[in-house]
Design a protein around this ligand. Structure first.
Ligand SMILES: C[S@@+](CC[C@H](N)C(=O)[O-])C[C@H]1O[C@@H](n2cnc3c(N)ncnc32)[C@H](O)[C@@H]1O
Length: 326
């Protein structure tokens, strides 16, 4: 068969690659391959069937995710070390099921998560504490990897109290507070984030100026900040939900307070990250009804809720993050 005949066939089998990466994440292959190992050694360390595992390893090898030496031992590559940024629950156990309903979503216009799990994304997490813990942990790891550059990119020193809405375990706020010794902060998030957020506050020695407040920003937000930040939160919501959230912000934020949005931008079609962003855009919809948005779309959403963009900084973090102040 000619190569150009198998291109589309190969692409159509990418779910096999995705599931092989899921297996690698689940067995923590990057940790096992801190030293080269044979398939038999990996299988025995992980209680797997060597014949099937070998085929999975072969798929990863064929896609240059792992290497193989002449003695048949597998070796980690730089790519494999990014496995830390992959959540086994969200790639393998949930998204995969959700995406088997893509055609249904195309017909109904509805995200498939609710059809598969019976509740919307965050209500499911409120009930499944182990998934919630993994989601929060993933946000913490990727926060360390992607949010640091933001601290330098924008002058946060002009604020006295930052309220980090959907602040998770407080990774971003602690970066900011370490940089600005007078800055006070409130991490506002679902109760599931409380325990680890408080541990992090103590670990970072900021307990005298940082607190955790549990709550639901769909209902109300703390009223005493002079800056309100949404970092990697609004991409999880539809335009309708964002209109609702912005109305809550307009109601509860002091009139002079600023809104700071850190989110993942939809890049132009000729940008190298466009293929990834296009998939992420669909992924966000299928799970949560969310989206990647362009600057123009943000201007519209903010404008129709009484906000305007004062500063827009793009490409300020990993994952195509931008920051806007309005
Ligand atoms: C993708 S995470 C981002 C976490 C953190 N801001 C960061 O950048 O690492 C989205 C966060 O929004 C929180 N969240 C979602 N819905 C919420 C709600 N209705 N009220 C409060 N927090 C919410 C989630 O619990 C989660 O911590």
């Amino acid at each position: 068969m000619e190569n150009n005949n198998i291109d589309l066939l190969q692409l159509s089998l990418n779910y096999i690659l995705s599931q092989s990466i899921f297996v690698a994440a689940e067995i923590k292959l990057h940790k096992l391959l801190m030293s080269p190992k044979t398939a038999i050694e990996i299988a025995s360390a992980t209680n797997c069937n060597v014949k099937v595992l070998e085929r999975v390893l072969n798929v990863l090898f064929a896609h240059k995710i792992i290497a193989r030496n002449e003695g048949g031992q597998y070796i980690a590559t730089e790519c494999l070390n990014q496995l830390e940024l992959i959540s086994p629950v969200f790639i393998g156990k949930t998204s995969f099921n959700v995406f088997s309903h893509t055609l249904d979503s195309v017909k109904t216009g509805q995200p498939a998560w609710e059809a598969v799990f019976g509740h919307n994304f965050y209500d499911t997490l409120n009930q499944k504490k182990d998934w919630s813990a993994e989601f929060n942990h993933w946000n913490e790891i990727t926060g360390h990897a992607w949010l640091t550059q933001l601290v330098e990119a924008y002058d946060f020193s002009i604020y006295k109290i930052i309220v980090d809405l959907g602040g998770g375990h407080g990774v971003f706020l602690s970066f900011l507070q370490k940089q600005h010794p007078n800055l006070k902060g409130i991490i506002f998030d679902r109760p599931d984030c409380q325990e680890q957020a408080i541990k992090n506050i103590e670990k970072n020695n900021i307990a005298n100026r940082c607190s955790f407040q549990s709550g639901d920003f769909l209902k109300s937000i703390p009223q005493k900040g002079d800056a309100y930040c949404f970092s990697r939160v609004l991409l999880n919501f539809s335009d309708e939900m964002i209109n609702h959230i912005f109305q809550i912000c307009q109601r509860d934020m002091p009139p002079t307070a600023k809104l700071i949005i850190i989110d993942a931008l939809m890049p132009p079609e000729n940008h190298p990250t466009f293929p990834f962003a296009a998939m992420n855009h669909l992924h966000l919809f299928m799970l949560m009804g969310g989206a990647r948005r362009t600057k123009k779309e943000w201007e519209k959403l903010l404008g129709q809720n009484g906000f305007k963009i004062n500063q827009f900084l793009s490409d300020v973090g990993g994952f195509g993050l931008f920051l806007l102040e309005g």
